[in-house]
Design a protein around this ligand. Sequence first.
Ligand code: OKP
Ligand code: ZN
Length: 345
Amino acid sequence: MKVIATPAHAAHAPSGELEGGRFVPAYEVPARVDLILGALEAHSFAAPEAPSAFGEAPLLKVHGAAYLRFLEDAFPAWRAKFGDDHPSAFPSTLLGRHLRAMKPRDIDALLGYYTFDIATPLHAGTYGAARAAADSALTAARHLHEGAPAAFALCRPPGHHAAQDLYGGYCYLNNTAIAAQWLTDQGRRVAILDIDGHHGNGTQTIFYERADVLTVSLHGDPRDTYPFFLGYADETGAGAGEGFNLNPPLATGSRLDAYREALNAAIARIEAFGPDTLVVALGVDTFAEDPISPLALIEADYPRLGAEISRLKRPTLFVMEGGYALHAVGNLTANVLLGFSQASS
Ligand code: OKP
Ligand code: ZN
């Protein structure tokens, strides 16, 4: 399986985030990539290939131009306002209900205009790392389009919580959606299966009114789990997209038996959609020991996830999303990919 990765992600190295009213060490850290690469090497995967630069055009199919300029300019503006001893930009005011969506001039407020949480740090290296992650997803997508049966884009930062002009949940550019859109633009029929433990709200929103891309997400119950404000089973798409979004319900704390039921429903819906290409938003924070996991899968379950996905027998692009149990993230990720490859061959 082709693996696309780049050290450029390391420029995004958040020192911490807000949790429980405290500044705690960040969960979404550069070591995640190193640990995954180490596990891939230990399992004899081919050496990773660097991404090519695709430019802004494929990003603009998913994100707004003003949003991209915001992401690029935010940190310099933050520095100009607060000075060098404020290494991470977080908003202090969000655009909540009953307010007016007026785009502010003040940088602190502008962050709150473009994000939906206060735990996603933006700093000097963030935009460059996010662009490199999007290029990784696009490069892997191009391999698929050129005939590779499977490819893995080791993206960091992740992307599935980011929408057209919204960041949050450690995500800035929606790598999965950007790759899916690019594949669609090549004339392919794409289904997205998001197996990260959190709802892929950004991906769902981007394709919500479209029938040409099917979106399916398996995740912990949004009543208990981030992103909380989207991801319910009654979100089935809208307008022309009615019936083209699926959120199979999963109880908090689910193990493989319950998880597989939801996965089977997902696979049946994807089969009925009849895609020629599958994009998997691969998060391994479904793991019981994950520090922010709502679900309870164990290590032995991960090759089975890969094997179940291979039943669809479609060219498959895996795009890395979450996974924060540093002692396990490498093996869990490698095991999904190995389970997929072994069952496909
Ligand atoms: C990103 B992805 C922990 C708060 C967690 C954000 C979760 C983002 C998950 N105190 N809040 O893996 O889906
Ligand atoms: Zn997640």
